[in-house]
Write a protein that binds this ligand. Structure first.
Ligand SMILES: Nc1ncnc2c1ncn2[C@@H]1O[C@H](COP(=O)(O)OP(=O)(O)O)[C@@H](O)[C@H]1O
Ligand SMILES: [Mg+2]
Length: 383
């Protein structure tokens, strides 16, 4: 039976025979040899539960290199050591960038194998111990264009940061029409494209180098400079980017595009809260209902969806009842946000936060309340 401390070595007949001659279960307990030629496929279940995989690589066989990529695409896969005869520097670099944990030579040298295995296993366990939980992520979605999703997303990130004392980032996923960097006047060249093009090279450093900062200190991942086709976004890569953002920042706020595609739904599913922005118009509420149906149909939990009613006019404040919106949508409304004209628009024209210019603005205090409501509600207990 496989135990979680097993080291699985996948090697061709020649190297496997040699290894088993030089190492046995006494000198290396938990060693499991899987005999397979270098280009031959290996099924995920054969590696399931392994603590470490050592796999033979034939530099001249694309199938053999592909085998490694497959292991690394399996969520929760074990660390991987590549065993390569006469590895070139270029190949080692490619493998390490692709996420290989270590490289050893072939034929196997028992000491080198043991040393590499111990090195990888100890560094993994240190990493596992220091690994932090992924930060909460909030996807802001609109019922209809212009209802205020971007205004709310850009102000929610700093409001969450202020309420929690943690950092926050707002990510403009409105790939074609995104305005987050504009309304916050977040200068710089970096954009989400840099992260989507980076493959497995996504790390804390890259994230920080691509992040722009607004005058009021809001961290921004900007939309692409040029319009990109929505279907060009690779869902797996985007999820990888979002994961790293959730390791780098304390809160991640997404401004999603109006169109629903595979990757927009996947990012909404990955979020801890989906914030649906509505206004008090028939068109907005009708679209909101359709969005709620869509969320239900793809399995986004009802508890994760929060409705926010934007642009509530002061004179209506007392008469408007969030319960009415809830009745119409068959979904509770978490909070409301005041129409604050021309304060919101003029702050955005200057690339500033409303609160930085108008300490007492209704919009600013409603956003602070929204952050509190999210922290007390769908984002769970404050930690
Ligand atoms: N509560 C509000 N009070 C005043 N103006 C607002 C409010 N919410 C949004 N706006 C304005 O409405 C316009 C559209 O908002 P925006 O956030 O870009 O919407 P969306 O991202 O949903 O298309 C912007 O000019 C913004 O300044
Ligand atoms: Mg917008």
């Amino acid at each position: 039976m496989r135990t979680c401390s097993d080291v699985v070595v996948v090697a061709s007949a020649k190297h496997a025979a040699e290894l088993s001659r030089r190492l046995d279960s006494k000198t290396f307990p938990g060693l499991i040899l899987v005999e397979r030629e270098a280009g031959e496929a290996i099924a995920a279940h054969e590696l399931h539960g392994a603590a470490l995989v050592v796999i033979e690589v034939d530099p001249d066989s694309p199938a053999s290199i592909d085998r490694i990529a497959r292991i690394q695409d399996t969520p929760g896969h074990a660390p991987v050591i590549a065993a390569i005869p006469n590895a070139s520097v270029a190949l080692v670099r490619t493998l390490v960038r692709g996420g290989i944990d270590d490289v050893i030579g072939l034929p196997f040298a028992p000491d080198e194998l043991l040393e590499a295995a111990l090195g990888v296993l100890t560094s993994r366990s240190v990493k596992a111990r220091t690994e932090t939980r992924l930060a909460p992520m909030i996807a802001v979605v609109r019922s209809i264009g212009g209802c205020g999703a971007t205004s709310i997303a850009t102000h929610l990130a700093p409001a969450l940061a202020e309420a929690s004392g943690k950092s926050a980032v707002v990510v403009d996923l409105d790939m074609q029409f995104g305005t987050v960097a504009d309304v916050l006047s977040a200068q710089g060249r970096g954009s989400i494209t840099d992260l989507l093009d980076a493959g497995h090279r996504i790390d804390d450093e890259l994230i920080r180098s691509v992040t722009r900062t607004s005058e009021d200190g809001v961290n921004v991942i900007a939309a692409p400079q040029d319009i990109v086709p929505l279907e060009s976004v690779d869902t797996d890569q985007l999820l990888r980017v979002l994961d790293q953002l959730r390791r780098t920042y304390g809160y991640v706020v997404l401004d999603l595009p109006a169109n629903w595609t595979n990757w927009t739904l996947s990012s909404a599913l990955a979020a801890d809260a989906v914030l649906l922005v509505v206004e008090l118009s028939v068109a907005s509420l009708r679209q909101a209902k359709r969005r709620l149906d869509l969320f239900r149909s793809v399995g986004i939990s009802r508890d994760h969806v929060a409705v926010v009613v934007n642009r509530i006019e002061k004179r209506l404040f007392r008469t408007i009842n969030l319960g009415d919106v809830a009745d119409t949508l068959h979904h509770p409304a978490l909070a409301s946000v005041a129409l604050d004209d021309p304060v919101v628009g003029s702050a955005q024209d200057q690339g500033r936060l409303v609160r930085a210019l108008h300490r007492r603005s209704a919009f600013g205090s409603d956003l602070a309340k929204l952050a509190e409501a999210l922290l007390d509600g769908p984002l769970g207990a404050r930690s």
